[in-house]
Design a protein around this ligand. Structure first.
Ligand SMILES: [Zn+2]
Length: 686
């Protein structure tokens, strides 16, 4: 998800309308008949790169009046563990929007000041009904479905259900279950739902099996299901599988989705069927609207499908260039994009809450018709969501428990790509204000009202109010910038390539991430860093320590001469000035203001132009370096190569205050808030 700088909830009311709709019954028989007309996927991409643990065959039909999707899903789930599985657990995410008692809505109160659920009318709520569940060619399961609340025990929350199986699934065995469901889409909330009468972003929309984690996986002490409730601040976690999805919509609707389109045909009753195929993916989302236009493009033999609104026709090159920049950078610095295609969806301004979201092979972005070329929020969003296909889709971390591993790492790469391709003022270069994306991340953390307020490593619903974004996105991005600074760009790239290669199509934890980085650190054999960076990861991720080193003063004095002054020699007093040296003694005083300990480098410049690099472990609270030479010290600078992005106050890093950062940055960030707010507000009235 793209972290908007202003709270999206500010505009929440602005886009609410009072359209009410009457639910309509769906004719399942018509759906099945329509689907039967479709041939099977022809050009399905190969090969399968991983074990397909959770594969879905879904037939879905959109009722645009009732805002409902009726579906029949066949899940094939394989027990790849050595455990005996006696029950299955499923997410029913749309129930987060069923009533104000859901955990999602209750938590919204602590994060927005009000319970959003209390302000939605009947037509705006969302839910998912499980009408029938059965083992294929076996026993019915519907009666055994029970909603459970593993995170908070909130009985009003129905976002997870468990079902006991009549017969256990043994190691290596698979089970097929069929679920008939009806999904009532909400008015767009958390990047899913409908807007007005003709716009649909269909995500988190089908009953989805959780992840069974055996002992040892992600450092688990004992095997079990990982299937969290839907929280206000949480994304998702799922296993890899193959998806074959047939979607029936009214004839004039165009559809984009995860995967590649394999079939498209009108049915004859005024509807049209689209089929999509994807393998090695963890999710499937789709969108439908009669207003979409489509451009097909390629980059390096990978397809790019841009689905956009006609009013944004003048901006399609900006989208395509951004996604190609992201593909080029990621393939060069991290690894191959393994899927044959990426679908980029531009959402209309009236559905902007559907923009800025990532699904495998399918990402959403937003813009406004008159977006100035120097304001690159649309580029940043596209690049961000594309990077998620690496850190979320391919390296499928647990977004509930370790959101920093997808959001923070992605935010970092977004900023690197923006700075690389768009130069100075990469994010904003407008009316003389220049804001670099990486600097924006750093400042949103270091200039936040209390950088020590929380820690990065936390379950996403356990952060103190209003700290999730700063910790997960900005502090993590700053940590990654620091990691790159400490290791050097080439070693850092090698470490991230190692992480990506080792954990693609797997579910690594934060500790697995650190171990992969440490493998490269050990090869570096750098005494300043040590054999591993556990000290760094522990401090940045698991403590609220902050890094701040200060250069307090420089004192130069001449070295004492051996004999200088009036000396009595017999009867007379004689002025003596013997053995005077020209040596200068300089003291450089440093302080550790923060709680975090980092190795410190100080560049000292002498009057004669010479320089000297000093190194300090950074452990003591204060430190004096004493240098003896022939020239005075004129300036000293902590971290001269800007390696330590996480130093929260870089103004105090030198005595001369010749710093890359000064308080004007605070106003630049405020300007950005203002700018984004204006764009969103004006766009609404446009
Ligand atoms: Zn994101």
């Amino acid at each position: 998800m793209y972290k908007s700088i202003i709270f999206t909830t500010i505009n929440f009311y602005l886009t609410m309308d009072n359209t009410s709709s009457v639910m309509k019954k769906i004719l399942m028989t018509a759906l099945i008949a329509a689907a039967a007309l479709c041939t099977t996927a022809q050009e399905a991409y190969q090969p399968l790169r991983t074990t397909q643990v959770a594969s879905y065959n879904i037939e879905a039909k959109l009722d645009t009046d009732a805002k409902m999707v009726s579906g029949v899903e066949v899940l094939t789930w394989k027990n790849t563990s050595s455990d005996t599985i006696r029950e299955l657990m499923f997410h029913t995410y749309l129930n987060a929007f069923k009533n104000s008692g859901s955990t999602y809505f209750k938590e919204s109160e602590f994060n927005t000041g009000y319970n959003i659920g209390n302000y939605l009318d009947e037509s705006e709520m969302g839910y998912i009904d499980i009408n029938r569940m059965v083992i294929v060619d076996g026993e019915p399961l519907t009666q055994d479905i029970r909603y459970v609340q593993p995170d908070d025990g909130n009985v009003d929350d129905q976002t997870v259900f468990a079902v006991r199986l009549p017969k256990a699934i043994m190691p290596g065995e698979e089970i097929k279950v069929q679920i008939n469901f009806l999904s009532k889409l909400p008015k767009i909330i958390s990047r899913t739902g409908y807007e007005r009468g003709d716009y649909f972003m269909v995500a988190q929309w089908f009953p989805k099996v959780g992840v069974y984690e055996p002992k040892g996986m992600r450092q688990r002490a004992k095997g079990g299901w990982n299937c969290h409730q839907f929280h206000y601040h949480s994304e998702f976690y799922a296993d890899f599988g193959t998806y074959d999805v047939a979607i029936t919509v009214p004839e004039k609707y165009k559809v984009g989705a995860t995967g590649v389109e394999t079939y498209e045909a009108t049915v004859g009753d005024g509807s049209k069927v689209y089929k999509f195929h994807a393998s090695d993916v963890i999710d499937f989302a789709w969108t439908a609207s009669p207003r979409y236009n489509i451009i097909s493009d390629t980059y390096n033999n990978k397809g790019i499908k841009l689905i956009y609104m006609p009013e944004h026709g003048g901006l399609t090159d900006r989208y395509l260039t951004a996604v190609k920049n992201a593909m080029e950078y990621m393939e060069k610095h991290v690894g191959e994009y393994p899927y044959p295609q990426i679908t980029v969806v531009d959402v209309p301004y009236y559905a902007s809450y559907a923009g800025g979201m990532e699904y495998p092979m399918f990402i959403t972005a937003e813009t406004f018709k008159w977006m100035p070329s120097g304001v690159r929020l649309m580029e940043a969003a596209v690049i961000h969501e594309f990077v998620h296909n690496y850190f979320m889709a391919v390296v499928a971390t647990n977004e509930f428990e370790e959101a920093w591993l997808d959001e923070g790492v992605t935010q970092f790469y977004e900023s690197q790509i923006m700075d690389e391709y768009y130069g100075e003022g990469s994010l904003v270069n407008f009316f003389g204000v220049k804001i670099n994306d990486s600097e924006k991340d750093r400042l949103e953390y270091t200039q936040s009202y209390n950088p020590a307020i929380s820690t990065i490593d936390n379950y996403s619903w356990k952060y103190p109010s209003y700290t999730y974004g700063t910790m997960v996105y900005n502090k993590t991005s700053t940590m990654m910038q620091t990691l790159k600074g400490l290791m050097g760009a080439d070693n850092f790239d090698n470490a991230m390539k190692n992480y990506y290669t080792k954990y693609q199509f797997k579910h690594p934890s934060g500790r697995d991430f650190a171990a992969a980085i440490n493998e490269e650190v050990a090869k570096m054999n750098n005494p300043d860093l040590g054999q591993n960076l556990d000290w760094f990861f522990n401090s940045m991720l698991r403590t609220d320590e902050v890094c701040d080193y200060k250069l307090t003063k420089i004192v130069n004095r001449r070295k004492n001469s051996t004999k200088h002054g009036f000396f009595d020699t017999g009867l007379e007093k004689l002025f003596v000035d013997e053995d005077t040296t020209s040596e200068v003694v300089s003291s450089i005083y440093l302080q550790r203001m923060g709680t975090m300990v980092m190795p410190v480098e100080v560049l000292v410049t002498f009057e004669n132009g010479n320089t000297q690099l000093l190194k300090w472990s950074g452990k003591e609270r204060c430190k004096e370096f004493v240098l003896t030479g022939t020239s005075r010290v004129v300036s000293a600078q902590i971290d001269p190569d800007n390696k330590v992005a996480c130093d929260i106050d870089q103004v105090n890093n030198s005595v001369t205050n010749e710093s890359t950062q000064n308080p004007i940055w605070k106003y630049a960030v405020k300007f950005l808030f203002w700018l984004e707010n204006i764009f969103q507000t004006v766009a609404f009235f446009a």
